[in-house]
Design a protein. Sequence first.
Length: 393
Amino acid sequence: MQEWYILRYVSESMKMKSLEIVFFDAGGGHRSAANALSEVVRQEGREWNVQLMNLQELLDEMDVFRKLTGIRLQDIYNLLLQKGWTLGTPQLLPLMHGVIRVMHGQQVDMLEKYWRGKNLDMIVSVIPNFNRALFQGLAKAMPGVPMVTILTDMADYPPAFWIEKQDQYFICGTEKARQQAISMGNAPERVFLTSGMILHPKYYLPVEVDRTRDLEALGLDPKLPTALMMFGGEGSAKMLDIARQLNASSLNLQMIAICGKNEKLRRDLQDMPRRIPMHIEGFTREVPRFMKLADFFIGKPGPGSISEAIMMGLPVIVECNAWTLPQERYNATWVEEKGVGIALKSFSKGVVPAVTRMVDASQRAAFSASVRAIENRAVYEIPEILAGILAKH
């Protein structure tokens, strides 16, 4: 009998673990983080069954914003980003959180129903705002199954954004976020620190480029400093204003502009009269290659954009002001603290002076040295952390 129990214990401890990663499509970073983590688990050959769950699809029927406007909450968010209508987002957050609180009980019930009867060993959240509902729904459906929240922002924007005080685990990409989690009363042994934000494994692969040939193929001059401008997958109207300012300046430089899914922006950039050489790109999966051809980055202070640029060796120019999403404002502080770039109060007033510094070889070299000092291995560190948590449970 004792041997049977031992064999059963060994068999259960060796069985394939099932993990579910919860994401949504408000911005591109959450899905990207889920896909990146899933891909690394696959590459490492871990005996894990990783499933992805889009929370927006599960909660669609109770999406108040969709009932009022006909548009999903995540699509409203993406429209705001694309149009640059982000002024006042700190004031809108309490309204959104109020709606989430009103619907909290229904969310918990729906999550409990969804998870009831499932055989999962861990839930991993890469989203903000709904972690209390996720935790409570999980506790009702599968008591004892651990929940882990991986922050895909460099810091929390309390209250009730990323970090809740509850019996779960947190994985943070900066010391500030780690301290925020602990200061809220979460046990330090349940709060883990990684060396940065999750990046897709493709950013760790060597990118073979022939700078002279490849830049000439894009209609660019290999001798000129090259800016790469990108404002996420939805693009931004700010890119047109920045391009016009740099084009009107006396600076000797050129630009690669990646517009994402924003076709109007791509057409407007294509049609503008140009003094400086520009290559205009729409949606592309070759961002690492374009970054490898550039000398510095201009874009929004998103944690993914900043981390991707730094991984590819690019100093950054970002903006932080009242229009910046509140959860991204610390990112600009981090850029300045680490010496990896320039954080402006306004692209409209400051982009030409900032780019003037970047096209100066000696000043750019100082920024580049700080960039090289950053070693982000988070996407490879996180599976080890998750394995340790699974072993405890």
